[in-house]
Design a protein around this ligand. Structure first.
Ligand SMILES: Cc1cc2nc3c(=O)[nH]c(=O)nc-3n(C[C@H](O)[C@H](O)[C@H](O)COP(=O)(O)OP(=O)(O)OC[C@H]3O[C@@H](n4cnc5c(N)ncnc54)[C@H](O)[C@@H]3O)c2cc1C
Length: 462
């Protein structure tokens, strides 16, 4: 490596996105720096629902959670209607995990293979010179020393803080901010009871009701027989009730016994399509910093791991060059991401807007009348070929029963496919990004106008 560079790759952020990327790159014999402002023993401490599908580990060839990393093996998710009587069960293997233990394993394994961890190190801003990102300015939080670190590729994996993304010049065409309208504000408690909880611990429970989580949902994710991760995510609209009060109300309504709160905390997750541009000269963006979490449920760990794999592949293909990798060199990361996971997530943003616009009684109707089954929901979530037949069935079933819903469902179906196709046509070259981005905004603004209604106005809010 030339002395112009301290490293081949600098990864800012050592949580799930950054540590997965470091782990994957460590197998490629590259000079990699993994930087986090947290101290070594705190990396991976993140407020989370702690639920993740097993598929991501299988896909990436990363050993699945075990031992202290694993809380419960999950076989299915119960999506519970606002009336609490009707349930939609979605089968699928997953885990509730101890995030800290899992993240610590990723970092440990990456370090063993030569990744250089700089913990307690604040990433201050990108070094932008000659129209390219050439590294980062950092501050050692123990000594106060500031220095510049340079690399052929710099990766922003700093989550919602998006420390590098937010400090790029406008000319790089990367969206600096995510609208408040498009994030979920979330709060959760890890609770313990003296008695075993009444629910089976091989399922997770998602309760849909704008009354308890306007524009989002409340969850119970078992972490053992008498321990659970209980929380909620809402759309943070002006006048939205306080998250802690909503959770208290939920616990009372569900009669959830709590003898001890083991941990409590909140955070935000982006719940929209990914940024239109995921790379620029010298820089890639991965995980929450790139808005890659699932817009329907805010799950972002697996999504970040998948995106890290794509980023690792593209870095490995281009890193031999002795220069900062250009936007063109890195572009295929965006193309590969957008045409698959990006397209799915964009389609799910449409479903999110539809659900945020649906009063509780319509959600009751969909679940009670079995308008959609668990398997069919998965087909829609994954935008699989079967999704077309599912949409046809939904519209047929609704047509005769709930006329006022049919128009919105048809619009949602059309926009779902429109945006999915649009993302599958993500430009092959950076030069076409502006018109592609404008079309994205047009579809989204149509969806907001036609589907979304203020969730705070749906129910008897008090
Ligand atoms: C309450 C809640 C519940 C959730 N539940 C789930 C769930 O059940 N399942 C799921 O899959 N997802 C869930 N998510 C979403 C999930 O947590 C995120 O999508 C995921 O953590 C994104 O990973 P990331 O690595 O991109 O970012 P993060 O996990 O946010 O990590 C960012 C890292 O960057 C570091 N960093 C930030 N700024 C700097 C800086 N200036 N210098 C150096 N380092 C910096 C941070 O210390 C951190 O380690 C939940 C989120 C919340 C808030």
């Amino acid at each position: 490596m030339s002395s112009r560079f301290n490293y081949d790759v600098i990864i800012a952020g050592a949580s799930i996105a950054g540590s997965t990327l470091a782990l994957l790159l460590s197998k490629e014999n590259l000079d990699v720096a993994l930087i986090d402002m947290k101290s070594r023993e705190k990396i991976g401490e993140k407020v989370c629902g702690d639920g993740i599908s097993a598929s991501y580990f299988e896909k990436l060839g990363i050993p699945k959670p075990s031992g202290a990393e694993l809380a419960c093996v999950i076989r299915a998710s119960d999506v519970i209607a606002p009336d609490r009587e009707h349930i939609l069960t979605v089968e699928g293997l997953g885990y509730t995990i101890d995030r800290w233990h899992l993240n610590q394993r990723f970092v440990r394994d990456a370090e063993k293979r030569g990744v250089h961890l700089l913990d307690s190190t604040l990433v201050m801003h990108p070094i932008v010179e000659g129209g390219e990102v050439r590294g980062v300015k950092v501050k050692d939080m123990r000594s106060g020393e500031e220095k510049e670190l340079r690399a052929k590729v710099t990766v922003d994996a700093t989550g919602c803080a998006a420390v590098l993304r937010k400090r790029l010049p406008e000319s790089m065409l990367i969206e600096n901010s995510i609208e408040r309208f498009d994030v979920a504000a979330a709060y959760r408690e890890i609770v313990m009871s003296d008695e075993d909880y009444p629910w089976p611990s091989d399922k997770i429970y998602i309760y849909l009701s704008h009354r308890f989580a306007p524009g989002g949902y409340t969850w119970i994710f078992p972490k053992g027989k008498n321990v659970a991760n209980i929380g909620l995510g809402i759309q943070p609209l002006p006048n939205a009730p306080k998250l802690i009060e909503l959770l208290e109300k939920f616990k009372r309504f569900w009669d959830i016994k709590v003898s001890k709160i083991l941990h409590a905390g909140g955070g935000v997750v982006p719940v929209r399509r990914a940024l239109s541009q995921l790379v620029t000269n010298g820089l890639m963006i991965v995980g929450d910093a790139a808005s890659q979490a699932n817009p329907l449920h805010g799950g972002g760990m697996g999504q970040a791991m998948s995106a890290a794999k794509l980023a690792a592949d593209v870095i490995t293909e281009g890193i031999e060059a002795n220069r900062v990798l250009s936007k063109e060199d890195l572009w295929s990361y965006a193309v590969r991401y957008m045409r698959k996971d990006g397209a799915k997530n964009a389609a799910l943003e449409i479903i999110r807007l539809l659900l945020q616009g649906m009063p509780d009684d319509e959600i009751n109707f969909i679940i009670e009348k079995k308008i959609v089954s668990g398997e069919e929901l998965l087909a829609i979530e994954s935008s699989s070929k079967e999704s077309e037949a599912v949409w046809r069935k939904i519209l047929r079933m609704v047509l005769t029963r709930k006329i006022r819903l049919i128009g919105r469902l048809k619009t949602a179906r059309d926009l779902y496919y429109k945006i999915h196709k649009h993302f599958q046509n993500y430009p092959e070259k950076p030069s076409e990004i502006i018109s592609w981005h404008e079309k994205t905004l047009q579809i989204i603004s149509e969806a907001r106008r036609k589907l979304w209604k203020n969730p705070l106005e749906h129910t008897f809010y008090k």
